[in-house]
Design a protein around this ligand. Sequence first.
Ligand SMILES: [Zn+2]
Ligand SMILES: [Zn+2]
Length: 356
Amino acid sequence: MFTKGHTKKWSKKDNSPRNPGCFQAGKPSGRSRSQTSIQIPESASASTSYVRQTLKSSDCKMETTGNICTLRPLDNADLKREENKELHSGMRWIDSQLNISLINTNINKHQVDSPSCPKFIADYYEQKKWGTCWQFTLKCIACGFIGDRMKMYKEIANGKPGPNPGQPNVALASALQDCPIGNTTVQQLLAGIDTPPPCRSSMQRTSSKVAAEMVKLNKTDMAQKLELVKEVNRRRGVPENEINITVDARYNSNTIVSKKKPGQNATQVFALGIETITDRKFIVAAVVQNKMCWRGAWLRGKGFPIECPGHEECTANLYRAAALSEYRAGKRDGKPDRTPEMSGTVCDHRWRWTFS
Ligand SMILES: [Zn+2]
Ligand SMILES: [Zn+2]
């Protein structure tokens, strides 16, 4: 909860210094950084909750009439070493088997390359980030031996030029496809457990590739399942293309307030057509209703008379103020694969589609 002190605005008309306890001229600034003091300024008495921290460092050599606040490192700080330690500490996602192989390989190579060094005292020479994966290079502190850079993850050989994608990166992207969290939350999660998160652009790139593959895979799968259902119809001696389905939908909203019109504050709905001809209940169709279009929103913000859906490269297939409708989803508004035609309706989201 905000106190009065946090929300109070500082105006230029107010001539009194903002923080009189901190920046008084003429005071000696001989305190070292370790002796920091926390002062509660006079202006921040009972009515506010300001806590001002004054950091004064003895290594400030500047000629100045007043005091200045510095956040400089101590004179004897080894910045390079500190930075290295900082970079190489914390949690990492590494393949445990490859980790063993990294240690063994480096010990063997150390024996061959510097036989005079009695003991391999390992430290990280370099850690290279590859999405959520890592490539490690070890060194020997005693003799300065530097090993080869080794990948701490398995790759996916895609036969394309350039480095291969790491298996865990692709696996993560594909796992996120069926997960309510996205790339940004994964970054926060990883940062929360002291693991340097992958950058946003690389995660987005991987997600896009994985999503396209997932669509292809799903279409193939639905087509295969549809053939199984048709086979059952043929054996029963009924028209093979008439398939009873039920429709169930998932919204990007966690407040479903109505049974009749669920998820009206959602912007996306993903409906599945589930056949009821066999007892396997195969998913034979998928429909997406999407109101969101980044490009359309951006263009409208710039003053262009653009409406979604309809413009080029529009991601929406529903007007942004339109209501999501399972009725419409059931009527294959979103044109799922195989473009089934509805030939009759049964109540309560149960439909009969004709698949060609
Ligand atoms: Zn050594
Ligand atoms: Zn659009």
